[in-house]
Design a protein around this ligand. Structure first.
Ligand code: TIU
Length: 267
């Protein structure tokens, strides 16, 4: 039973107290607590973020990459079907690549999400299926296969950000990464308390996921140039909404600032 120890550690961190040796104790039976290997190096990173600096424990932080799929970033997919200029999202690819690189080198948990549906559309709400300005619908055949359908070429993560075999790829039917997925379980099993969030689009799937995560008690750091929107004004407003009111949903920092800190970690 390690949770009481972890939660005490978490409370201390909230109060700015840093433990020298954050051991987890394994319950070996009545009265027989035995220290295990340290859960992490006792290093807290201090990220220069808005609205104020954020202390991150890299051992308890995951990188969550939201929906960096061909369906949103390339012509002929779901984003284009909705009438958008998909080239506007491509600015997020290079910052996401830099984040992925430092997170992997630091040994952090990396989770990729994909929005999409079963081929028989049984997990797609009718209201979602009938919405949209054009003649094409979710499930219709496009140049990258059936639109927003799992297993089709358009559903794949863009090649620049290809997940490694040991990185969980989480399929979600909605905008939020927690809704009808096992994300909570994955994060709990790794003792994750903080999320670095990047991906698309800022005001839709990124925002929904950050709001869900915030309500579940996760500290969320959104990476301002590693998220993007089809609407620059929504992108800016969405970032402002996160940091307003003293960080009502979380924190915002740019990829250069964050990568410089994460690069200090030895895996
Ligand atoms: N339409 C739009 O801006 N976004 C989505 O539908 N999904 C995600 O944001 N991933």
């Amino acid at each position: 039973m390690i949770f009481p120890i972890l939660s005490r550690r978490y409370q201390n961190r909230q109060r700015g107290i840093q433990l020298e040796y954050p051991f987890a104790y394994k319950n070996q039976g009545p009265g027989q607590l035995r220290p295990m290997t340290p859960l992490s190096r006792p290093t807290l990173l201090e990220i220069a973020a808005q609205p104020y600096p954020l202390a991150l424990d890299p051992a308890r932080t995951a990188l969550l990459l939201i929906d960096m799929q061909r369906d949103f970033l390339e012509p002929g997919g779901f984003g284009a079907m909705l009438g958008n200029d998909v080239s506007l999202l491509r600015s997020a690819i290079a910052p996401c690549q830099r984040l992925l690189d430092v997170a992997r080198k630091a040994g952090m948990l990396v989770i990729h999400t994909r929005e999409g549906h079963r081929p028989d559309l049984s997990d797609a709400p009718p209201a979602k299926l009938t919405r949209g300005p054009g003649p094409m619908r979710i499930g219709d055949a496009g140049p990258m296969g059936r639109i927003l359908i799992r297993g089709e070429p358009g559903h794949a993560i863009v090649p620049e950000l290809m997940p490694l075999p040991d990185e969980p790829v989480l399929d979600k039917p909605g905008k939020g990464a927690f809704y009808q997925t096992d994300l909570s379980l994955l994060l709990a099993n790794r003792g994750i308390a903080s999320l670095i969030v990047a991906g698309v689009t800022t005001e839709v799937c990124v925002h929904t996921s950050v709001r869900e995560a915030n309500d579940r008690g996760f500290e969320c750091l959104v990476v301002s140039d590693a998220v993007a929107s089809y609407f620059p004004q929504f992108h800016r407003a969405a970032l402002d909404m996160i940091t307003a009111q003293g960080g009502i949903f979380g924190w915002v920092a740019d990829a250069t600032t964050l990568c410089a800190e994460l690069a200090r970690i030895d895996a």
